[in-house]
Design a protein around this ligand. Structure first.
Ligand code: GLN
Length: 221
């Protein structure tokens, strides 16, 4: 059994906690609000929410530095929406001009709110490598757009030609929630891929270095 944490500072926490508990009954799903709680988990889920708010709360709770340390220890993380934004290596300026610092570990180039405002949220079928022919029901809620995938990351989920899911070592990032539509296949696939298992090996030197960087504002005007 792994202890799977759900970062619970702001955002869609109850939805994700409930979905994870339903999909991972053999795991101990718990909320993470402090460094001590972060240190007690084997894998972490970063939910959607407001990335600027979550970044601020990560700083004020000491969890930003805690996450940098756990990332350098190769903590498996599944990040969705705002969570993906916070892990990204390069954040392009968003239409609003308000952008959080990022942890810079996931080798993607991202822009937040790139599909437009709340009323432009949409549903679309997503093709996920390894999930078979039936598409996964993607729900894109003020989602970030992945503009580029660097050499360290691999795309594994697609909306048409557009990349909507990537993995980079033990870090997985999606621009849509993996659980909300009530389709367990993606959670199961992540489980089978070892996303929720505890980590043993440290990150490669380059990713560990990236994780140690202090909060940077990449590609800011
Ligand atoms: N628009 C949010 C942000 O930029 C992300 C939306 C979400 O997490 N569903 O932080």
């Amino acid at each position: 059994m792994s202890r799977v944490g759900v970062l619970a500072l702001q955002g869609d926490v109850p939805e994700h906690q409930g979905a994870l508990q339903a999909f991972l009954p053999e795991h101990d799903v718990r909320l993470v609000r402090s460094v001590a709680e972060l240190d007690a988990v084997d894998a972490l889920f970063l939910p959607g929410g407001e990335s600027t708010t979550i970044a601020r709360l990560l700083e004020s709770t000491g969890l930003w530095a805690g996450l940098q340390r756990r990332l350098s220890e190769r903590l498996p993380i599944l990040a969705t929406c705002a969570g993906l934004i916070l892990l990204s290596r390069t954040l392009e300026p968003s239409p609003s001009g308000h952008d959080p610092p990022t942890l810079g570990i996931l080798d993607v180039q991202v822009r937040r709110n790139d599909y437009g405002r709340q009323r432009k949220s949409f549903e679309a079928p997503v093709r996920v490598d390894g999930l078979g022919k039936v598409p996964f029901p993607g729900v894109f809620i003020r989602a970030p757009r992945i503009l580029g995938v660097g050499p360290g990351a691999q795309a594994f989920a697609f909306r048409g030609e557009e990349v909507v899911g990537v993995r980079h070592g033990p870090i997985w990032g999606l621009t849509f929630p993996p659980a909300l539509p009530g389709d367990p296949r993606l959670q199961r696939a992540l489980l089978d891929a070892g996303v929720w298992q505890s980590a043993e090996k440290p990150h490669s030197r380059s990713t560990a270095r990236a994780a140690k960087r202090t909060p940077t504002r990449t590609a800011h005007r």
